[in-house]
Design a protein around this ligand. Structure first.
Ligand SMILES: [Zn+2]
Length: 591
């Protein structure tokens, strides 16, 4: 756990720290205070709820005494003025309890009994909320937008999300960096821009792409008909897998002939806040600076992802599936032969490091995925050999880019082929224990999330989403309504049930945040940001100068909607990926 806590966002920290702030100009609106900080926020999932599931709003600073609330139907356009004002539900707020994470006294309005599909508003203390839905397909649009955001992150091709959110091909000029052991120019091979910057990093692509492919394997019913309106739409591969392939192709292009993978492809420093096609810094393939030039963590992550891809694409494109499997085998062989080649930024390179010194969990994950895909004994033996050093009892928690051991264990347990039943039992037991711990935390959270105070770190919203991933895996092993509701609880938190009453996904909900640290959003001359992107969220220990203007506040309050505040409000592919996973689970449960 400590390793994760220490390392978790070290790479993103480095990824964004060097932004030349004087080059950023701000309007008054762009440097605004946190949204909705006034007292009396009625916070709930602004998108809505599934009919049969829990529906609880958190009302901050509600005053004293018993207070009632109502749920009313939202009038349809053209209806008489008083139409819909007839309450469909009356309830009483619970007594207010101090919420430690926010410092707010919070009362709860439970309207889970409202199950009839429709549009509603909450009325608390005479104040009517914005409307929300109760619907089996409540999360359909949010799922589409958050997945389509990956198309918006594409590098090397024309991107057009509609509404003016577009750019021509970018970063067409690539080259081998002196640290790569090679020289010469390289063509653009695609991939997704990592975050608010335009770098591409194999390690962070690893967990992001792996998470998305896992969502496909677990929630295909929700994803197979997803219409993303991307250039590949209408082809033989479902849109969801076609979008992911864009990034896999880039990851494969970072594999050298000997099987190893270079760590990243970025410029030496970050560009200004400009559109990607205006960034003329050379996009370098960057290595470790000495033989063997490739890094272990990147190579093992590539092996894991390519092994999953071999499974996911086999029924749609067997040639691509075979290419992925071959790449996975060669990457695994390289990683096992070079288990301790770390990466850190060479001199003169200041883009994201994603420098993880311990790659044993990445090798564990690669071995487990390759065994699940092929059944080959050598991969299972490699996996089992790593168990004692990283036992499931200490390794299973929510995953993050430097800590992928939980993915290794879960894929072993999810495999249809026979493995060690004894080890699988340990995996089930520990996963259930971890889920129970999260469920317990939630019961003491005024806003219904599963975050502990120490979880409010850089990218805490992705910690919440990844804790939901853990809960959903636990629920897959042993279905339990309480476990599933806890997973949804973090979705409610992310989409509005938080102390700011803000949706942390752009263009989703009635009060979404507006100013992500995201270069296209800042540089495109459109007021609203690019759609479907999740903010990193509150960070009790922010590390940028804009965020440091905040006074010391309870951890959930340590956030501001400010483009400059990269340690509070950046976006990243490894944050959107568990959001998509969670939305896919939620959407599938309504089908
Ligand atoms: Zn690009």
């Amino acid at each position: 756990m400590n390793r994760r806590a220490v390392l978790k966002y070290a790479g993103l920290s480095a990824a964004t720290a060097a932004i030349p702030e004087p080059m950023i100009s701000f309007t008054a609106a762009q440097s605004g205070a946190p949204a909705n900080t006034e007292s009396g926020v009625t916070a709930f999932n602004q998108v809505g709820y599934l009919p049969g599931k829990e529906k609880i709003s958190s009302v901050s600073t509600p005053g004293t005494g018993a207070l009632s609330f109502q749920v009313v139907r939202n009038p349809v356009p053209g209806a008489p003025p008083d139409a819909g004002q007839q309450p469909v539900f009356h309830g009483n707020l619970t007594a207010a309890v101090l919420d430690q994470a926010s410092g707010d006294p919070v009362a709860l309005a439970d309207f889970s009994q409202v199950t009839t599909p429709g549009r509603y508003r909450l009325v608390v203390q005479g104040r009517s909320s914005e409307p929300f839905s109760i619907s089996k397909s409540a999360y359909s649009d949010a799922l589409t937008l958050s997945m389509r955001a990956f198309y918006g992150q594409r590098c090397g091709c024309t991107v057009d999300l509609g509404g003016g959110y577009s750019h021509p091909p970018c970063h067409l000029n690539g080259a081998y960096h002196a640290t790569s052991g090679r020289q010469g120019v390289v063509a653009n091979h695609g991939g997704w821009h990592d975050a608010g910057d335009y770098g591409r990093y194999v390690v962070n692509s690893g967990i992001s792409t792996g998470t998305l492919l896992w969502a496909w394997e677990l929630f295909a019913e929700a994803l197979k008909n997803l219409s993303l309106n991307i250039p590949e739409s209408g082809g033989k591969v479902p849109d969801y897998l076609a979008e992911i392939r864009w990034n896999i192709e880039w990851m494969l292009s970072l594999q050298d002939q000997d099987g190893g993978a270079w760590h990243k492809q970025t410029s030496e420093k970050f560009c200004a806040f400009i559109m990607p096609q205006q960034d003329n810094l050379v996009s370098y393939i960057i290595g470790t600076g000495a033989a063997p030039y490739k890094s272990t963590c990147a190579t093992a992550d590539l092996a894991a992802v390519a092994a999953i891809a071999a499974r996911c694409y086999s029924t749609y494109d067997s040639a691509f599936s075979q290419r992925c499997l071959s790449a996975a085998r060669r990457a695994w062989t390289w990683a096992v032969a070079h288990p301790n080649v770390p990466f850190s930024n060479p001199k003169g390179v200041v883009t994201g490091g994603y420098d993880d010194k311990d790659c044993s969990d990445e090798i564990l994950w690669a071995s487990a995925e390759l065994w699940r895909t092929t059944g080959d004994n050598q991969y299972e033996q490699s996996f089992l050999a790593g168990v004692d050093a990283l036992p499931p009892e200490t390794a299973i928690w929510s995953p993050a880019w430097p800590g992928v051991a939980p993915l290794a264990y879960w894929t072993y347990a999810l495999a249809e082929r026979h493995g060690s039943e004894k080890l699988k039992s340990r995996i089930y037991r520990k996963t259930a224990e971890a889920a129970q711990q999260l469920i317990s935390r939630r019961s003491s959270s005024g806003y219904g999330n599963t975050l502990a105070p120490e979880d409010y770190i850089w990218g805490s919203n992705s910690v919440a989403a990844n804790q939901s991933l853990l809960l959903l895996i636990a629920n897959h092993f042993q279905p339990n309504p309480q476990t599933f509701e806890a997973a949804l609880g973090n979705l409610h938190y992310l989409l509005g049930r938080n102390c700011f009453g803000v949706s942390w996904v752009t263009h989703v909900g009635t009060n979404p945040f507006q100013h992500p640290h995201h270069r296209p959003s800042g540089a495109d001359n459109i007021d609203a940001p690019w759609p479907g992107l999740m903010s990193g969220g509150p960070n009790a220990r922010p590390s940028d100068s804009a965020a440091n203007t905040l006074p010391k506040l309870p951890p959930m309050r340590m956030w501001m909607d400010d483009q400059r505040a990269y340690s509070l409000n950046e976006v990243a592919i490894n944050w959107n990926a568990p959001l998509v996973f969670l939305l896919a689970a939620a959407h599938q449960s309504g089908l």
